[in-house]
Design a protein around this ligand. Structure first.
Ligand SMILES: Cc1cc2nc3c(=O)[nH]c(=O)nc-3n(C[C@H](O)[C@H](O)[C@H](O)COP(=O)(O)OP(=O)(O)OC[C@H]3O[C@@H](n4cnc5c(N)ncnc54)[C@H](O)[C@@H]3O)c2cc1C
Length: 365
């Protein structure tokens, strides 16, 4: 396989482009807008699933592999491009009453450090949290990465590797003949390559149209607030009742996020803005004085059980998919990109690929 065309130039498309390029493949990335927008820009960049013990093994397998690679990936990107994805190993506090046993069993199995803290210890770790409770779970090895910076670093890296990135080029359809993709249809003509890799996030299902088996990927809106504080004001990721706070290195603080089934509408709403703002200030009164710098929404590419589709399309010989990472595309991304590259270039896969195949039934399908 000499030349691969990737549809979608955000986290999954760019990470896959990098891996394919490292494997010696010529790569063209095509995106309907500026690359690196959409969910990969809008997300929180937590390098861990939320409540990781609640996820099926295939999610944890990809997440675990990526978590171990992230420090090296970020160091290399910074060194090679000068763009810092700002990986911060800030740790994650989790309030999950009734899940202590499940969480500690998970931590032992996947070899992640985990402590159960009382209220005083939690307050010491996170002094600005208004009230704290016993049995808070502390996962000190969880990091966050500044996802827009990650995407920027990947783009700079691809540029120096000679990867062609075509922005503002919407793909209108796939020209499939005799079980092969003959071309990818755009307004300026058909683009062709030896193989096509679909990384179009929430739009991936639409692009495959009625081609069976269609991956069950649908958009799931998430809204986020961004505050500006002094660095170190809030120190750790803290997750409570599905809402979390994420401190960035420069003092910016993200608070999110909603989970809304509203189709492809990514308009942020006043209702969710006030709900998040009220909750953020109740948990961290210091945020009442902070500038609320931004409020946005993004569309997560939701698969039924959060397990992404990574593999060859069973009905089209030279079509591959790497999409449907739902809430965990940043944490699963490096492993998923490595896996699809292994499959495309015929290397031994770094992770057993069966759970991610397009024709593997998903729970909740
Ligand atoms: C609020 C929120 C919080 C999140 N927090 C986290 C987190 O903390 N940790 C984590 O791991 N994950 C998180 N996620 C999930 C993560 O952001 C996604 O799983 C991941 O970014 C998906 O990346 P992607 O490249 O598959 O899709 P996207 O980033 O959505 O990119 C899809 C790309 O395809 C392009 N495209 C679409 N259609 C076409 C077309 N017809 N032609 C050409 N190009 C096309 C788009 O322009 C876009 O560039 C969060 C998501 C949201 C919304």
């Amino acid at each position: 396989m000499d030349h691969v065309l990737i549809i979608g130039g955000s986290a999954l498309g760019l990470l896959s482009a990098r891996e394919l390029s490292l494997a010696g493949v010529r790569v063209t990335v095509v995106d309907r807008q500026a690359p690196g927008r959409e969910s990969s820009w809008a997300g929180g960049g937590i390098v861990s699933p939320l409540y990781p013990w609640r996820y099926p093994d295939p999610v944890m397998t990809l997440a675990n592999w990526s978590q171990r690679q992230y420090p090296q990936l970020v160091r290399t990107l910074l060194n090679d491009t000068g763009v810092d994805p700002e990986l911060e190993c800030c740790g994650m506090l989790v309030q999950a009453p009734g899940e202590v046993l499940e969480a500690t069993t998970w931590a032992n199995r996947w070899q992640h450090p985990l402590e159960v803290l009382d209220a005083a210890a939690t307050k010491t770790l996170e002094p600005e949290r208004a009230t704290t409770e016993d049995d808070t779970l502390w996962l000190p090895d969880v990091a966050n990465v500044r996802n827009p910076q990650l995407v920027k670093a990947l783009l700079a890296d691809l540029q120096r590797r000679g990867v062609e990135v075509l922005a503002d080029t919407p793909v209108r359809g796939l020209d499939i003949r005799h079980d092969r993709i003959a071309g990818v249809l755009t307004d300026s003509g058909s683009l062709s390559a030896d193989a096509v890799l679909l990384c179009a996030g929430a739009w991936s299902g639409e692009l495959l149209g009625s081609l069976p088996p269609a991956p069950a990927i649908r958009p799931m809106r998430g809204q986020m607030l961004l505050f500006r504080t002094a660095p170190g004001t809030i120190r750790h990721i803290m997750l409570e009742e599905n809402r979390y706070v994420i401190p960035r290195r420069d003092g910016r603080v993200l608070f999110g996020s909603s989970l809304e089934d509203t189709g492809f509408d990514k308009t942020p709403t006043e209702l969710v803005r006030s709900e998040l703002l009220e909750l953020a200030i109740a948990r961290y009164p210091v945020l009442a004085q902070a500038e609320l710098e931004n409020h946005w929404a993004g569309l997560r590419p939701a698969s039924p059980d959060g397990v992404p589709y990574v593999g060859r399309h069973p009905a089209v010989e030279n079509l591959f998919v790497n999409a449907g990472h739902y809430r965990n595309g940043i944490v699963m991304g490096p492993a998923s990109a490595r896996l699809i590259t292994d499959l495309m270039v015929g290397r031994a896969p770094v992770i057993p690929p069966a759970p991610y195949a397009l024709d593997t039934p998903r729970s909740g399908d």
